[in-house]
Design a protein around this ligand. Structure first.
Ligand SMILES: Cc1cc2nc3c(=O)[nH]c(=O)nc-3n(C[C@H](O)[C@H](O)[C@H](O)COP(=O)(O)OP(=O)(O)OC[C@H]3O[C@@H](n4cnc5c(N)ncnc54)[C@H](O)[C@@H]3O)c2cc1C
Length: 408
C-alpha cells in the first residue's frame, strides 16, 4: 500500500490534467494515473474549440504548433444542399491537435508539481465505510498496487468503469451517438477559414456531419449517428450528400477513428464520499454539438476548487462535496438544459423541415443576427442574448411550430 497524494486523478485527458493543474497550483500533492503510455494518444477528437472558451480558462493564446486552423464561422448545409452561412469579423473558433493540446495541459500540470504515472490503469476504487479512500492500479501493465488519497477525481472519459463502482448513475445510453472522424486530403470547394456542417438523416441520423479544414491542406471530417454504422454513413456523406459530395468526392482518407459521444446532459449526481466525477464520465458535454473539452474543463476547474476546500477543512463527505454540483449547475445548468432541449428539438425535425428552416433563416437574415453572438460555448445564455433581435424571435416561433408539428 502506498500513500501518495492528497488527490488521485483517474485519466490524463484534458479534464483530468486541468483538475490536477488547478489543485497543484494551490500546493496539494496530486497524482494522475493514465492507462496509456503517452498523453493524448490515441486521439479521437476533432479539437474544435471556441476561442472565448479557451480564453476564459486562461489557455489562450495557445502555443502555435498546437493550433491547426482558425475559423471565422460556419456554413450549415441542409439535407438537400441549401446553405446558411454565418461569418464573423474575427476568428471565433480554432481546431487544435488534440494530442499536443492534452500534452500541453499535462506539461503545465507537471510544472505545477503534479506526478504522472503513465501506462497505469486504475482497476478499481478502494472504498471503506462508504468512503472512497484511493485506487487499485495496474502499474506498467503488470503489478497491481493500492494507492491511498484523501480524494479521487474521476476523469476516465466515456467508459464509466470506475464511476459505476460508486453506485452513481452513469451516462444516458439512449443519448449516446457513435462517431467517426477521418483525416482527409484533396478536399475541393471549401473556404479554408470556415467550418462546414452537414445535416441529413441519411448521413448522420440524430446528429450531423462536419468538415474542418487545416492549414496544411488536409481536413478533419466527422459525423455521429444514433443508429447504424458511422463508417458506412461517412462513405454516403462523401459520395451522395448534395453539398458534402462536392467537397469530398475526390478526397482520400488518411486515417479514421471511432468513439462514442455523450449528448444526454450531465449525469444526475457527480459526487460521492471522497469522490468527484469530471468531463465525459459525468457527461459534461454540449448536447447540441457534442463538444466536451471546454465544458468539461470548466467543471474540472470547479472540481479542483471544491476538492481544495475539502482538503483544507478535512471534510470529504458527500454533503461537503455536493458544493461541486451546485457550483457547476449555477454556472452551466441553464445552458446545459437549453442545449439538451435544442438537441431533442433537432432530433425530432424531419429532413424536409430542416430544409425549410435553413431557407427561412437565410431569408430572414438570421446569419446577420448571429454575427453579433459572442459566446458559442454557453448556448443557453447566447439564445437569451440573441432573443433581443426580432429576427431571432420570428425564427424561434417558426422552429417551435416545426417542433410541435413533429411531435403531435
Ligand atoms: C469523433 C469525436 C470528435 C470530437 N470533437 C470534439 C470537438 O471538436 N470539440 C470538443 O470540445 N469535443 C469534441 N469531442 C468530445 C471530446 O473528445 C471529449 O468531450 C473530451 O475528450 C473529454 O475529455 P475527458 O478528459 O473527460 O476524457 P478523455 O479525453 O476521454 O480522457 C480520458 C482519459 O482517461 C484515461 N483512462 C480511462 N480509464 C482509465 C483508467 N481506468 N485508468 C487510467 N486512465 C484511464 C484514457 O486513456 C484517457 O486518456 C469529440 C469526440 C469525438 C468522439
Amino acid at each position: 500500500m502506498e500513500t501518495v497524494s492528497d488527490a488521485i486523478i483517474v485519466g490524463g485527458g484534458p479534464c483530468g490534467s486541468f483538475a490536477a493543474l488547478n489543485l497543484a497550483k494551490h500546493g496539494f500533492n496530486v497524482t494522475v494515473f493514465e492507462e496509456h503510455e503517452e498523453i493524448g494518444i490515441p486521439c479521437h477528437c476533432t479539437g474544435h474549440l471556441s476561442i472565448n472558451g479557451l480564453r476564459a480558462l486562461g489557455l489562450y493564446p495557445l502555443p502555435k504548433k498546437i493550433v491547426e486552423n482558425f475559423f471565422y464561422g460556419a456554413n450549415f448545409h441542409s439535407p438537400s444542399g441549401k446553405t446558411l452561412s454565418v461569418r464573423f469579423s474575427q476568428p471565433v473558433t480554432c481546431i487544435v491537435n488534440r494530442a499536443l493540446f492534452d500534452k500541453h495541459i499535462a506539461e503545465n500540470a507537471k510544472k505545477a508539481g503534479v506526478q504522472y504515472r503513465l501506462n497505469s490503469q486504475v482497476k478499481s476504487l478502494i472504498i471503506e465505510n462508504d468512503f472512497v479512500k484511493g485506487a487499485l492500479v495496474k502499474l506498467n501493465g503488470e503489478i497491481d498496487d493500492d494507492f491511498t488519497a484523501k480524494i479521487v477525481v474521476d476523469a476516465e472519459g466515456i467508459s464509466s468503469r470506475i464511476l459505476r463502482q460508486t453506485g452513481l448513475q452513469t451516462l444516458n445510453s439512449e443519448m449516446l451517438v457513435n462517431a467517426v472522424q477521418a483525416e482527409v486530403e484533396n478536399v475541393k470547394d471549401i473556404e479554408s477559414d470556415m467550418v462546414e456542417v452537414f445535416f441529413g438523416k441519411d448521413y448522420a441520423p440524430g446528429f450531423y456531419a462536419w468538415l474542418a479544414p487545416k492549414q496544411d491542406g488536409k481536413a478533419k471530417v466527422g459525423l455521429a449517428a444514433q443508429t447504424g454504422n458511422p463508417k458506412e454513413f461517412l462513405q454516403k456523406l462523401m459520395y451522395n450528400h448534395p453539398a458534402a459530395s462536392r467537397k469530398l468526392r475526390t478526397a482520400r482518407i488518411l486515417r479514421t477513428v471511432f468513439h462514442p459521444v455523450t449528448l444526454g446532459g450531465p449525469i444526475p449526481r457527480v459526487y460521492f464520499n471522497g469522490f468527484l466525477a469530471v468531463g465525459d464520465v459525468a457527461s459534461q458535454v454540449k448536447s447540441t454539438t457534442g463538444g466536451g473539452v471546454i465544458m468539461g474543463m470548466n467543471c474540472a476547474r470547479i472540481a479542483a476548487e471544491v476538492a481544495g476546500e475539502a482538503l483544507r477543512v478535512n471534510d470529504f463527505s458527500s454533503n461537503f462535496l455536493s458544493k461541486y454540483q451546485r457550483r457547476c449547475e449555477k454556472i452551466l445548468g441553464f445552458d446545459m438544459k437549453a442545449m439538451l432541449r435544442i438537441r431533442k428539438m433537432l432530433n425530432a425535425m424531419s429532413d424536409k423541415k430542416i430544409d425549410y428552416a435553413i431557407s427561412f433563416c437565410t431569408k430572414l437574415g438570421l446569419d446577420k443576427t448571429l454575427q453579433n453572438v459572442e459566446d458559442i460555448d454557453f448556448q443557453g445564455k447566447t439564445l437569451v442574448h440573441a432573443l433581443r433581435s426580432p429576427r431571432v424571435i420570428s425564427v424561434l416561433f417558426y422552429l417551435f411550430f416545426l417542433h410541435l408539428s413533429a411531435n403531435p
